[in-house]
Design a protein around this ligand. Structure first.
Ligand code: M6P
Ligand code: ZN
Length: 185
């Protein structure tokens, strides 16, 4: 028999072994308006790496899938834990699956009515993100949080729909991880 070697992802750290990877680093300077403590955000060197995504190249089109790992560093801006920007899919009906691989944190999910909830992310956790649900990773631990994601290539990203942010924030308060509701207006 003839067998092709597929790309490999290491389950202990989420890194891929593949010929052709796409990588993108998001730095604090890219995240204007994302963290609520703007003074603390300004005090951080803008080149500070917050997260890195490594993904496989995929054919484009209806039915095709991307696979990629987000590596979210541990840390806080002010008292708020490092997090990804977060997004709805441009094609709202399209879902996604996240798998926790390393580290601990939260997956923040929010529907179009603004109702938000958390799922605990830890090695082995499986997260089914339904359509029309915005998603953001938050690293509440002390090591890198790595999660593997699989999503349709046609999904796209809609960041603008979340310009006002998510309804919940996660902060360290009195040495404890605390979810805060964001006051509107
Ligand atoms: C996961 C996927 C990607 C996403 C990335 C970073 O790998 O959901 O589609 O781009 O996380 O998240 P964001 O785009 O919100 O910065
Ligand atoms: Zn997504």
């Amino acid at each position: 028999i003839s067998v092709n070697m597929p790309p490999c992802v290491a389950f202990h750290n989420g890194h891929f072994t593949a010929e052709d990877l796409i990588t993108k680093v998001t730095r604090s300077g890219d995240l204007a308006g994302v963290f609520y403590d703007t003074d603390a955000w300004r005090a951080l060197p803008p080149e500070t790496a917050i997260y890195q995504v490594e993904m496989l190249k995929s054919p484009q089109g209806e039915g095709e899938l991307y696979a990629g790992t987000t590596h979210l560093n541990p840390g806080r801006i002010g008292d708020e834990f490092y997090m990804t920007r977060g997004h709805f899919h441009q094609r709202r009906e399209q879902g996604e699956v996240y798998f926790g691989l390393r580290g601990t944190g939260l997956l923040l999910l929010q529907d179009e009515q603004g109702k938000a909830r958390f799922e605990q992310v830890s090695p082995g956790s499986v997260h089914i993100i339904p359509g029309a649900t915005a998603h953001r990773l938050i690293n509440t631990g002390t090591e890198v949080l790595s999660a593997l994601a699989v999503w349709p290539t046609i999904a796209g990203h809609d960041y603008a729909a979340l310009a006002q942010g998510f309804a919940l924030r996660v902060v360290l308060q009195g040495g404890k991880i605390h979810g805060k509701e964001v006051q509107n207006g």
